[in-house]
Design a protein around this ligand. Structure first.
Ligand SMILES: [Zn+2]
Length: 260
């Protein structure tokens, strides 16, 4: 209440507020705690959580955002407090960057390492999970690299940046695999697209819906890698030859030309 009674351009209040000078120490302590805690949380969020930004960049954006903004329009937040917090955030960033350049373990913790998520056309479900990646996100990033089915992929890595790098088999060495273009990119198979282990026709190559592992086996066993029981006919090019289990309503009108 007393604040509103003051003059609008009370410079002492604008710069220092009514906190004792010792409050600057408290600001520094608060800033360090919040900075480190946000950095830790962002690291736990996984690589995709921040898009293409590193945890550093993301932390500095969040921290500077409110430290810069609050003193602009909250009369009870003095400018010097905001300036102290902003300066400290920048200094902390410099310090943590310095530490991570000096120590490999700090760097690994903050930046992470590339993580193999596809090996020989098969998804590494554990790595995908540990990177807080969803299957759909991974498929989206692989499609952006021109991959339409997992058999084309020799290795794919989630990079510390949150992006995916894919090493593809040469055209003549690509194997049939799990299609990853819509509608095959959902976690739950759309009705009529997959078959159970027992329903597989012998002699045909099937890919596990969940992990992409392909096998000829017709002995009614679930996937030997992930124990999943949904199979789809493995395909070389899902755009060319839609898997035979495909539901008629999902077939694009243009691709049925070969049947006429
Ligand atoms: Zn599987």
């Amino acid at each position: 209440m007393g604040e509103t009674a003051q003059h609008s351009f009370d410079l002492y209040r604008i710069f220092l507020g009514d906190q004792p000078p010792g409050f600057f120490l408290e600001i520094m302590f608060r800033t360090v705690v919040m900075y480190l805690y946000v950095l830790l949380l962002l690291r736990l969020l996984g690589k995709r959580g921040m898009g293409q930004l590193s945890p550093f960049e993301f932390t500095i954006i969040i921290a500077l955002g409110s430290a810069v903004g609050d003193p602009m329009f909250y009369p009870e937040v003095p400018l010097l407090h905001g300036l102290a917090a902003v300066t400290l955030v920048v200094a902390l960033t410099r310090f943590v960057t310095y530490l991570s350049n000096r120590s490999e373990s700090v760097e690994d913790f903050l930046e992470g390492q590339p993580c193999c998520v596809v090996e020989d056309g098969v998804l590494n479900l554990k790595s995908i999970d540990s990177e807080r990646f969803s299957r759909e996100e991974l498929f989206m990033l692989l499609r952006e690299k021109g991959v339409s089915q997992l058999g084309q992929v020799r290795r794919a890595y989630v990079e510390p940046s949150g992006g995916v790098s894919a090493f593809r088999w040469p055209e003549d060495r690509a194997k049939p695999g799990l299609p990853i273009i819509p509608p095959y990119d959902e976690w739950t198979p759309p009705p009529g697209i997959t078959v159970s282990s027992e329903a597989r026709r012998s002699g045909e190559l099937y890919a596990c819906w969940k992990c992409g592992h392909s096998e000829h086996s017709s002995d009614a066993q679930p996937c030997s890698r992930c124990k999943n029981d949904d199979w789809i006919v493995a395909t070389c090019d899902p755009l060319d030859e839609p898997p035979s289990q495909q539901h008629p309503r999902d077939a694009p009108a243009g691709t049925s030309a070969e049947s006429s």
